[in-house]
Ligand binder design. Structure first.
Ligand code: NDP
Ligand code: HSE
Length: 430
């Protein structure tokens, strides 16, 4: 067998330790598929004394991660530190500049600097692979960039954040509070170093920006996205969604038509019968619609050591075999910039949950605001009676435009009988 491919791994946290473990555990099968052994020779992390559940004896240790790029024993740099700036960015740029292939799981970096990194990768003929950056163990990048390469893609969407899906599932199934489930997700290694990236929808937005660039042949463009997270999804809304026959999911949805690209991340209500509704826990789903293939749906674990290491190792095997592709599927110079459409143009149905004082005339005021914005109602639900006190009122609308909904909401929120900001969740028929 040929000589080993030598790796320098920066970051020995959930993913880094997972990669070292997987390379050892499946060394034989990996070597057979790669055509040569794949061996870690050097590593970097912050705390040398930390027990990571992985033996690093005999490996060169670099205090400065960027030094891995210049280490003559390192042929491929694996960046698993995270973050769009700082050591992760410096290391990736240094490695590409040094002509070394890079494998990373860093969606923040790709979504923020993907255009420049693709140009650098091309200029230096250094591959940049990032299968692990989107949807953990699901081979979503390979599927879009290679498997569906013959299609014009009109829509790409999915459950793209394992932490949020885990939180929403545990809240619904076990009735656990948000903060308790988030803590468990962190302990399980699902969450980002700063979990606000997960729960505020930013991590899903990074992934959607990457998928949209691949799907539509555009430069990656994070700024074009509308982003909302799950902080405001309450246990009450989860329960009411169930009564109405829906599940609440944080979805990323990007679509392209003649007018441009719409890309949005926000909580959605999906019908319980829809396949995506039963993708629970840390599982992700990625859906693509192509003109030749129709609809393709992939699902699997979206976070955690094993699934993410699986994707990193797949990239390493490709590099060992010399199978490389342009970062965004086509040469940078051929990529268009995406004309992003504003969220106000979105059309869809809406769930509104209001806390209103139980007194005469309230519903007339609310429905009057909807009528004036030309929004028609599909159904209405009021639970309980508590004269003079606040009760939840749920309204489900027919399809309308986001701009109309926002104008109606501004009026509804200002009504003296509406005692809390309205909860608004868009309904998606995925
Ligand atoms: P962790 O926080 O668990 O690990 C980060 C590692 O980076 C730690 O080992 C840390 O060292 C090391 N590190 C931090 N700063 C430096 C530095 N300046 N120099 C060298 N090493 C440094 O993160 P994850 O493993 O969860 O995530 C890594 C990457 O993978 C991120 O980009 C993340 O978005 C991505 N990812 C994560 C997934 C997951 O399920 N966790 C799934 C898919 C992608 P020390 O241990 O000493 O503190
Ligand atoms: N924090 C991310 C998630 C890790 O929960 O999906 C996987 O990218």
């Amino acid at each position: 067998m040929s000589k080993a491919l030598k790796l320098g791994v920066a970051g020995l946290g959930t993913v880094g330790a997972g990669v070292l473990n997987l390379l050892r555990q499946n060394a034989e099968v990996i070597a057979a598929r790669a055509g040569r052994p794949i061996e870690v020779v050097a590593v970097s992390a912050r705390d040398r004394a930390r027990d990571r559940g992985v033996d690093v004896t005999g490996l060169a240790w670099h205090e400065d991660a960027v030094a891995l790029a210049a280490d003559p024993n390192v042929e491929v740099v694996v960046e698993l530190i995270g973050g769009s700036e700082g050591p992760a960015r410096k290391l990736v740029e240094a490695a590409l500049n040094a002509g070394k292939p890079v494998v990373t799981a860093n969606k923040a970096l790709l979504a923020t600097h993907g255009a420049a990194l693709a140009q650098l990768s091309e200029a230096k003929a250094s591959p940049l692979a990032y299968e692990a950056a989107v949807a953990g163990g699901i081979p979503a990048i390979k599927a879009l960039r290679e498997g569906l390469a013959g299609n014009r893609i009109s829509r790409v969407a999915g459950i793209l954040n394992g932490t949020c899906n885990y939180i929403l599932t545990e809240m619904r199934v076990k009735g656990l509070p948000f903060a308790t489930v988030l803590k468990t997700a962190q302990e399980l290694g699902y969450a980002e170093a700063d979990p606000a990236f997960d729960i505020d929808g930013v991590d899903a937005a990074h992934k959607l920006a990457i998928l949209a660039a691949l799907a539509f042949g555009h430069q990656v463009d994070l700024k074009a996205l509308h982003i909302e997270g799950i902080r405001n999804v309450s246990a009450l809304d989860i329960a009411l969604a169930g009564e109405l026959g829906y599940r609440i999911k944080l979805l990323g949805i990007a679509s392209q038509d003649e007018a441009g690209v719409t890309a949005r991340v926000h909580p959605c209500m999906v019908p319980e019968a829809s396949p995506i509704a039963s993708v629970d826990g840390v599982f992700n789903a990625v859906l693509a619609e192509g003109d030749a293939v129709g609809r393709v749906v992939l699902q699997g674990r979206g976070a955690g050591a094993g699934p993410t290491a699986s994707a990193v190792v797949a990239d390493l095997i490709d590099i060992a075999r010399g199978r490389t592709a342009p970062v965004w599927g086509a040469a940078s110079a051929t990529l268009a910039t995406a004309p992003g459409l504003p969220m106000e143009r979105h059309r869809g149905a809406y769930y509104l949950r209001l806390m209103v004082l139980d007194q005469p005339g309230v519903i007339a005021d609310v429905t009057g605001a909807l009528r004036d914005a030309k929004i028609s109602l599909e159904s209405m639900l009021q639970r309980g009676r508590a004269p003079g006190e606040a009760v939840p009122v749920v309204l489900v609308t027919h399809e309308c435009e986001e701009a109309e909904m926002q104008s109606a909401l501004a009026r509804i929120a200002a009504l003296p009988s509406v005692v809390e900001p309205p909860a608004v969740i868009r309904i998606e028929e995925l």
